[in-house]
Write a new protein. Structure first.
Lengths: 342, 266
């Protein structure tokens, strides 16, 4: 096992490969101000956990990134291109799985390939080429189901699968499209503890794949933004925790009412290797800090005090506190050396 | 007793018992009626019913027409065409209203108003507008079933398809038409089959009423003519056939739903 504790160092985002950039994002519904001044940059290969109190606008922010409900202020960019609608560069997995009940597990995974690579007229009018393509899609779906340990359940409908199995299918269905950014909306919220831990390990495996890819000079294959209300989970599976909250010091900025939730916490999280037990006590300090800064209804946090992920990172010649992290691997690769597990 | 499940053997025995009781009741009623009036034809005996059946399956001595064949072809042909027209219109309107706001705003008030008009009250209007040919019966059935189908599918498209599924399909690159066809339609298909199954009864009512009023062939026409001649041996046989066809349609559509939508049988 290797993990590191968060430390604040002054830096910027220069020198990393940003996949998602949110600049000054704001959103409101009528007079109800939901989000204000959201600045968030996510680098390729990061697994970022987004936490926040109920009603703080996490889902609104997710929809803005997804493109189904673009922000009313500011801009969302994917790889530098402004987002104004859903696109295949962003995949999503929902808490309630988001599987099509009328398709088997295999068909669910192959559905995205069908939509992406063919059109309805092609499927109707060019039957033989389509049937050959369909066979390839289903084979690819089988491979992804094997990857998440579900080959035996390929022909089952979602209602015939357990919660954990459904979430694995949803994960495979999202990943088969190789999205630049995978959005997970409280993906383990409806699962029992054992299944939840099992799937958390799956995320750690993805992160380890990122680290290995970057150390080998390849781009990290998985960039993930996970929305969760479980703080232990956020710290365990992510390499960075972002807190969104409406309890910030907006009165000091001259507002009479809350102008919307904003990011009040952005700090690195310890990085675990797959198979690690969750040392809950080890991140007790960070959990307490997040609870106090993000969730406490009496908190009047100054965002500048705890939003220091990029300042922490940029310009750092060596990443001593990020032994197994993807950014650490990137930095080490740039220096022409490997990354040692601590 | 309440909420206690009945064992299948008991259920079967009770079902058979109800049919046997009905048969005994009818036999007793017919014998009693014939004891009072040996020429009675309103409650025919079993042998008279047998003669009535033969009358419908043998060629008519003068016209050579086999009543059952010509009536069944006319009635079920009209029913099939009417239901087809109703389903096509109902699905188009229902999905249109459920998926697209402007179509909903345009059509929903009209569809809701039309749904309140009893189709049998429209007999005279259709009689004048389309005459008494096949179009008349198709219009009657379509007028009766389309608003119900459209409203049911409209609600299903809005309520039964979670936004998540549509958003996810959009991120996978689905076009608007693919969203409607590959997600919404597939999701509401079992409900469509179910509502068609439930609308067969009302459709038969509209059709029989229309045939009763204006046809020269078909079950409604034969019921009217034979009832007027007090030939209840034929009337009861036709009623039994209508009931049997209802069961058959019910079974066929339930089987179709199981076959096309196995996921719905959870």
């Amino acid at each position: 096992m290797s993990y590191a504790t968060a430390e604040s160092v002054s830096m910027t985002t220069a020198g990393v490969d940003p996949v998602l950039e949110l600049d000054g994002v704001g959103h409101w519904f009528g007079r109800n101000r939901v989000l204000r001044g959201i600045d968030l940059h996510i680098a390729r290969g990061q697994i970022v956990a987004l936490v926040g109190p109920s009603g703080c606008g996490k889902s609104t922010l997710l929809r803005a990134i997804l493109g189904t409900d673009p922000p009313k202020a500011g801009q969302v960019r994917m790889n530098g291109v402004a987002v104004d609608r859903p696109g295949r560069d962003r995949g999503i997995v929902y808490q309630r799985y988001g599987l099509y009940p009328f398709m088997t597990a295999r068909e669910n995974v192959a559905f995205g390939l069908m939509l992406d690579q063919t059109s309805l007229p092609q499927r109707l009018l060019r039957f033989y080429p389509w049937s050959r393509q369909r066979k390839r899609h289903l084979e690819l779906a089988d491979a992804w189901l094997r990857d998440v340990g579900l080959s035996a359940a390929a022909d089952r409908y979602p209602h015939e699968l357990s919660g954990g199995m459904r979430q694995r299918v949803a994960f495979a269905a999202a990943k088969v499209m190789k999205p630049e950014l995978l959005l997970l909306d409280e993906p383990f919220g409806a699962l029992d503890e054992a299944t939840r831990e099992d799937l958390q390990q799956m995320l750690l495996t993805r992160y380890a794949e990122n680290v290995a890819a970057v150390a080998g000079g390849q781009p990290a294959p998985h960039t993930i933004l996970i929305v969760t209300h479980e703080l232990n989970e956020a710290i365990f599976v992510a390499d960075r925790v972002v807190g969104l909250s409406q309890y910030w010091n907006w009165r000091e900025s001259g507002y009479d009412d809350c102008p919307g939730a904003t990011i009040v916490y952005d700090q690195p999280a310890p990085v675990f290797t797959p198979g690690s037990e969750r040392p809950t006590d080890a991140f007790f300090k960070q959990r307490s800090e997040i609870r106090r800064v993000v969730f406490d209804t009496t908190a009047r946090t100054n965002p500048a005090d705890y939003v220091s992920f990029w300042p922490h990172w940029a310009g750092q010649a060596t990443p001593p506190t990020f032994g197994g992290s993807v950014l650490g691997a990137a930095s080490a690769a740039q220096r022409g050396s490997g990354v040692d597990d601590e | 007793m309440i909420c206690r499940p009945v064992e299948w053997r008991t259920r079967l025995a009770l079902g058979v018992l109800s049919v046997v009781l009905l048969g005994f009741g009818y036999t007793w009623l017919a014998q009693r009626q014939h004891a009072n009036n040996p020429d009675d034809r309103t409650i025919p005996t079993w042998s008279q019913l047998g003669e009535g059946v033969m009358k419908t399956v043998r060629p008519h001595p003068i016209s050579g027409e086999v009543w059952l064949a010509s009536d069944a072809a006319a009635t079920f042909g009209r029913l099939g065409l009417g239901l087809l027209a109703g389903v096509v219109l109902g699905v188009t309107l229902g999905l249109g209203m459920g998926c697209f706001g402007p179509i909903e705003a345009l059509c929903l008030p009209t569809v809701a108003a039309i749904a309140k008009v009893p189709p049998t009250a429209m007999l005279a209007v259709f009689f004048v507008l389309v005459g008494t040919q096949t179009e008349f019966y198709v219009a009657m059935i379509a007028f009766g079933v389309t608003p119900i189908l459209a409203q049911t599918l409209y609600r299903a498209a809005r309520d039964d398809v979670p936004d998540e599924l549509l958003q996810k399909a959009a991120t996978l690159g689905a076009s608007t038409f693919e969203l409607v066809w590959n997600v919404v339609f597939k999701q509401v298909l079992p409900r469509l089959i179910e509502v068609v199954r439930l609308q067969i009864g009302p459709a038969m009512v509209f059709l029989i009423a229309a045939e009763y009023a204006a046809a020269d062939q078909g079950f409604g026409y034969r019921l009217r003519i034979e009832a007027r001649k007090v030939n209840f041996d034929v009337v009861y046989f036709y009623l039994a056939l209508l009931a049997a066809s209802g069961f058959l349609f019910d079974f066929a559509l339930t089987s179709l739903r199981r076959w096309w939508c196995p996921w719905f049988e959870k």
